[in-house]
Each structure stands twice: as C-alpha cells, then as structure tokens.
Design a binder for this molecule. Structure first.
Ligand SMILES: [Zn+2]
Length: 293
C-alpha cells in the first residue's frame, strides 16, 4: 500500500513536471477535489506564511515612495500563481512574458511588494505600508519559480512567497534545497503547503497532523528559520484543518477564495486573487484595482 502511494505520488510529480495540472478556473478547486489523483498544481483559485521581516529588503528597492499607516488601508490584493511556463491550453501555467507584463504594470502603477510579516501587521491595523501594497505568492514550488519568476520579479525589485510541497523538494521539476535557501536569503519567503499535497479535509486528524508537521519540520530544517505561513492545498479546509494550522504555529494561512485580504480578516482564512494565462492586462488591472472584482 505504501509502495502504491509512493508510486502514485512520483507519477503525479512526473505529470506536474511536464505540465501544470489539468484544469483551472475560478471554481476549479472543488472539481479537482473529486479527481482520483490530481496533480499538485491543481489548486486553482487558493494560499500564505510569515517569513523574513521585510520583503523590501532587496538592494533594488525603488525610489522613495509614499508610505501610509496600515490603518488607512482597508484591503490589499494577494496574488497567486503556480507554474511559470508556456503550456497551451492550461491557464494555470503563466507564460513568463505575461508574468513580466503584469510585474511591469505593477511597477509602473506604483505597486510595491510586501512580506507576509508586513501582511500580518496590516491585518491588525499596525505598521506602515507602501501606498500600493501587494503580496505575491506561488503555490507548489515549481523549479521555474526560481529559474523564471525570480529573475523577472528581481528586475522590478519585487519579492514573493513560495508555498512549497515539502515532499517534492529536490524532485525533478520542483525547487531544490539550494534554490529555496537562495530565495529565502534574498527576501523571498518559503511557506508550507503540506508534505504530499493531499486533500486535507478528507484525512483523519492524525494523518492531517502528520502532513502538516513533517512539512514544517523539513522546511525549517533546510532553511534554518521558522516557517510561519501556509497555503491550503486546493484551497480546501474545514474547522479541523484550520485548527491543525493554528496548532502548528502558522501566523497566516491562505485559501483560494476570491477577493482581497481585508484588514481585520481571520489571518488563517485569507483570500487571494487568482491570475491565469491569457487573462489579459485589462482583467489583471481589474482584479488588482478593485477589492470586489
Ligand atoms: Zn497547491
């Protein structure tokens, strides 16, 4: 049985390494939940963590821009991507040139990335934020987050958070230990996304706890720092899953529910903005400029 599970997991890794999952769309997460063995990338609309104290620690920090008290901002967008590559017919895969267009749009319109730590303060109405704050996240931990997304974001002085499937670390198509360490020392945050990307609400409490704890322990050991943000695989959670996240000491947890993260919101049930291939800049703009898009 164990062998079958392992084989099936390895197979899903292979599938993911060559693709980005099979479905997408704002409501794909529930459809995915019924599939026999979805690929890790399938959590379209869904995830977070609190990592380094500042996401703006890059040497590329742009010109001095207006900063405002967090209490003056009612909500902010948390973007989420998965794989960054060209794959026809799979909107979960964001082509690098489209990611660059979107980052360029953010830069030209005065947006600055914030860290999960800044996000945690914001939720409590504390701290100072850029006038146009945005939190960028990537789910699953694809190698192209390092080879493609990282250099693109760097061009614009942006940082992001990667929710890493710890069981996929150092596997083909996924980030390596060295890569997550480099991202982490360069202002990016590595968050938890469980060990095997299971459907957490379908597991018993013991299995859930194991999926969570193994993942957190491995990432913290590799990074040498606390891992305090989490994204629910497939965006799926229930009261028991949320409690496990809380018991593990995560400060922030992200869902795939649509909308911006609002000040005063439950830090373990944060909404995110889904972005997909070929959405066009106009739709991108609509989603990052309207809290109720
Ligand atoms: Zn995922």
């Amino acid at each position: 049985m164990k062998r079958i599970t392992l084989l099936s997991f390895m197979l899903s890794i292979l599938i993911v390494a060559t693709g980005c999952g099979s479905q997408a769309g704002e409501n794909a997460s529930s459809a995915q939940a019924t599939m026999a063995k979805p690929t890790p990338a399938a959590d379209a609309p869904a995830s977070v963590s609190v990592g380094p104290s500042s996401a703006t620690s890059n040497s590329t920090t742009p010109l001095q821009q207006a900063r405002v008290p967090a209490q003056d901002i009612s909500a902010l967008p948390v973007l989420y991507y998965h794989s960054v590559k060209v794959e026809q017919g799979n909107e979960l895969c964001m082509p690098p040139n489209q990611l660059r267009e979107q980052m360029n749009y953010l830069k030209e319109h005065g947006y600055q990335t914030i860290s999960p730590a800044q996000m945690a303060s914001f939720l409590k109405g504390e701290g100072i934020l850029p006038e146009h704050p945005v939190l960028i996240t990537f789910d699953d931990g694809y190698a192209n987050n390092y080879t493609d997304a990282y250099p693109i974001l760097k061009e614009f002085g942006f940082t992001a958070t990667v929710f890493m499937i710890s069981g996929a670390l150092d596997s083909s198509g996924f980030l390596s230990t060295r890569q997550i360490q480099e991202l982490s020392t360069n202002g990016w945050t590595i968050g938890g996304h469980t060990k095997n990307h299971e459907h957490l609400p379908q597991l018993d409490a013991a299995h859930q706890a194991q999926e969570m704890k193994d993942s957190k322990a491995v990432l913290e050991q590799k990074l040498g720092r606390p891992v305090s943000v989490f994204a629910y695989p497939y965006g799926e959670y229930n009261a028991q899953v949320k409690k496990a996240v809380q018991d593990d000491g995560y400060a922030l947890a992200f869902t795939t529910e649509r909308g911006w993260a609002k000040q005063g919101a439950d830090p373990l049930l944060l909404h995110r903005v889904y972005l997909y291939a070929n959405m066009g800049l106009q739709e991108f703009q609509r989603r990052i400029e309207n809290p109720n898009y």
